[in-house]
Design a protein around this ligand. Structure first.
Ligand code: CP
Length: 310
């Protein structure tokens, strides 16, 4: 048992054996899910609350499915109809949930660091489901599982992360995980969407798709996160697609066996062309969603056994 932490707040700081343990366990859950069997005794009597202050389709639903498949009582707290709208603070909301003896708290919040703050205030194990531009650890784990299953390894692969890196918690978590596991990471995008400090994370920076995609094994596309932009950072969606959108012509610049990924939600015709996104041979986008359930089952299972929840 390498992962002994109470929470999962970030990929940064995790060691290869901890990541490897979570991925290996998730492999088991892929097989279990495909067989149609469940393990409803594992989290029986435990309560999982999904607390999402930002929109979500994949993450919230897969945590709900993961919790239910392991036998937990799962509650989805609808923030839009909660007392948050009456001015209740994040910490008072946390104290309220704490009084209900929640065991696992899955949090998505627009402010970087919100899950860390909650983790100091509640008894539950806290899982970061995406905080501001900081991290989205379970997304990076499911991406790594998807890559490892298809390529057989993470070490030595060249992974190009393309687009709005500046606002992407997915990019940040993936950079930490892939670097830790021995991949070579590149980021590609216009200078307005690539923060200068990203080079300090140990990635190669490209502002040209042709140069950045050359020899890439994996091409990971990112959505333009307009909701986090405080000013116009791209001239127009059309022009952005022309230079940085992934179509078949640009994808052909990567290795012939390169695979494409996208965390979703996709904006077709902005960062990715439908012909690439829907290519059954080379797109991993649907598989990423499947891996998301298995990874979240592995995380819930691990946290239920480790830390103070053991
Ligand atoms: N990838 C991801 O986090 O998707 P959702 O916003 O739908 O959860």
């Amino acid at each position: 048992m390498h992962y002994r932490q109470k929470h999962l707040l970030a990929i940064e700081g995790l060691h290869p054996p901890e990541i490897g343990q979570l991925l290996d366990l998730a492999e088991n859950y892929v097989l279990l899910n495909r067989s149609g069997k469940t393990q409803r005794d594992l989290l029986r009597g435990r309560t999982l609350i999904n607390l999402f202050f930002e929109d979500s389709t994949r993450t919230r639903t897969s945590f709900e499915l993961a919790g239910k498949r392991l036998g937990a009582d799962v509650l989805n707290m609808s923030v839009s109809t909660s007392s948050v709208n009456k001015g209740e603070t994040l910490l008072d909301t946390a104290a309220t949930l704490n009084a209900m003896h929640c065991d696992l708290l899955v949090v998505r919040h627009g402010q970087s660091g919100a899950p860390n703050l909650l983790a100091q205030k509640v008894d539950a194990a806290v899982i970061n489901a995406g905080d501001g531009t900081h991290e989205h650890p379970t997304q990076a784990l499911l991406d790594a599982l998807t890559i490892r299953r298809r390529k057989g390894r993470l070490e030595g692969l060249t992974v190009a992360i393309c687009g709005d890196v500046a606002h992407s918690r997915v990019a940040r978590s993936n950079i930490h995980l892939l670097n830790t596991m021995g991949s070579r990471v590149r980021v590609i995008g216009p200078p307005t969407l690539i923060p200068a400090e990203v080079a300090e994370l140990g990635v190669e920076v490209f502002h040209d798709m042709a140069a950045g995609l050359a020899e890439a094994d994996i091409v990971m596309m990112l959505r333009l996160q307009r909701e986090r932009m405080t000013r116009g950072l791209v001239p127009s969606a059309r022009e952005y697609f022309r230079f940085f959108g992934l179509d078949a012509e640009k994808f052909a610049l990567a290795r012939p066996d390169a695979l494409v990924m996208h965390p979703g939600p996709m904006n077709r015709g902005v960062e990715i062309d439908s012909a690439v996104a829907d290519d059954p041979e080379r797109s991993l986008i649907r598989e990423q969603v499947e891996m998301g359930v298995a990874v979240r089952m592995a995380v819930l299972d691990t946290l239920a056994r480790s830390g103070r929840n053991a």
